[in-house]
Design a protein around this ligand. Structure first.
Ligand SMILES: NCc1[nH]cc(CCC(=O)O)c1CC(=O)O
Length: 312
């Protein structure tokens, strides 16, 4: 048992909420332990003027924290699982994945409320190619504007940039107490969420058995199985957190159901599918679903994304 744990976190309000949440869990489980939050700036935080897909590279929000973990400056790092590359650096592991918050996407449109009421040509802010493609698929007339920055900054752009709405993760808004701003929550049928959306990952050194033991009770088995399937899907397609692909896993009676989509950036072509099987087989289910969508026509989209440098 360790009596002091250093948690690495980014500095945004959402990242701090998430790190505090895990800190509270650790203190509840181990009343004698003291927990310290160590703040980091990541490349993804610094480069705010470009869409993430153009910044490129994997681990935009994780690399600095991982380096500190290698150096022994922090014991664990708390991340939004969504922002984590599907392959972890050598020597690091996900010590726990905590119980998932809602995985859905949400529209904040103070004036028009829902997607179907947005006027022709309405301007919607999002920096996610996945959200962009799925919005344009049903509303090709919309103008999608790139917005970057933390959750509050993106919300504030409705006013400052005169947008008709923004699309954000419901989980982030909920954690920050901003759920009351949401005017529509998209079902998974309307917008397939991002890999790992709503789930928190606690990363640590793979050889830190003491820390791994302490993290074990924070792990949520159902969430873990679901996100393992989701991550396997994305890994098979070489995708990162900046691709027009979505995948959503749900667990019921020991069965994992994965639903996924690959879309062209303009949303015109969308390949969707689903697969079900034993919860523990997420790895193979994700892979098989990815292969099926690829063969069905997703191949052309993946090739176009490679050409654009969005995936390697
Ligand atoms: N890429 C930023 C990011 N990473 C995780 C969340 C939301 C919280 C979560 O998915 O757990 C967000 C904000 C957003 O997409 O609106």
């Amino acid at each position: 048992m360790r009596d002091h744990i250093r948690i690495g976190t980014r500095k945004s309000a959402l990242a701090l909420w998430q790190a505090e949440h895990i800190s509270a869990e650790l203190k509840r489980l181990y009343p004698g332990v003291s927990v310290e939050l160590v703040h980091f700036n990541t490349k993804g935080d610094r480069i705010l003027e470009k869409p993430l897909a153009q910044v490129g590279g994997k681990g935009l929000f994780t690399a600095e924290l991982e380096a500190a973990m290698y150096d022994g400056d922090i014991d664990i790092a708390v991340h939004s699982l969504k922002d984590m590359p599907t392959e972890l650096p050598e020597g690091l592991t996900l010590g726990a994945i905590s119980a998932r918050e809602v995985p859905y996407d949400a529209l904040v449109s103070p004036e028009y409320k829902t997607l179907d009421k947005l006027p022709q040509g309405a301007r919607i802010g999002t920096s996610s190619l996945r959200r962009q493609a799925q919005l344009l698929h049903v509303r090709p007339d919309l103008r999608v504007e790139v917005i970057r920055g933390n959750v509050q900054t993106r919300l504030s752009k409705i006013e400052t940039d005169n947008l008709d709405g923004v699309v954000l993760a419901q989980a982030g808004l909920k954690r920050l107490g901003l759920e009351n701003q949401i005017t529509q929550v998209f079902t998974a049928d309307e917008m397939i969420p991002a890999v790992g959306q709503g789930a928190l990952a606690i990363e640590c050194r793979a050889d830190d058995s003491e820390m791994l033991d302490m993290l074990a009770p924070i792990n949520d088995e159902a969430t873990r199985y679901a996100v393992e399937g989701e991550r396997s899907f994305l890994r098979q397609l070489n995708g990162g957190c900046q691709v027009p692909m979505g995948v959503h896993g749900t667990i019921e009676k020991g069965q994992l159901r994965l639903r996924a989509m690959i879309a062209s950036l303009d949303g015109r072509a969308v390949y969707e599918g689903e697969i079900s099987g034993p919860a523990k087989k997420g790895e193979i289910l994700g892979k098989n679903l990815a292969r099926a969508l690829y063969e069905e026509g997703g191949k052309h989209i993946v090739e176009a994304l490679i050409e654009k440098g969005i995936i390697k």
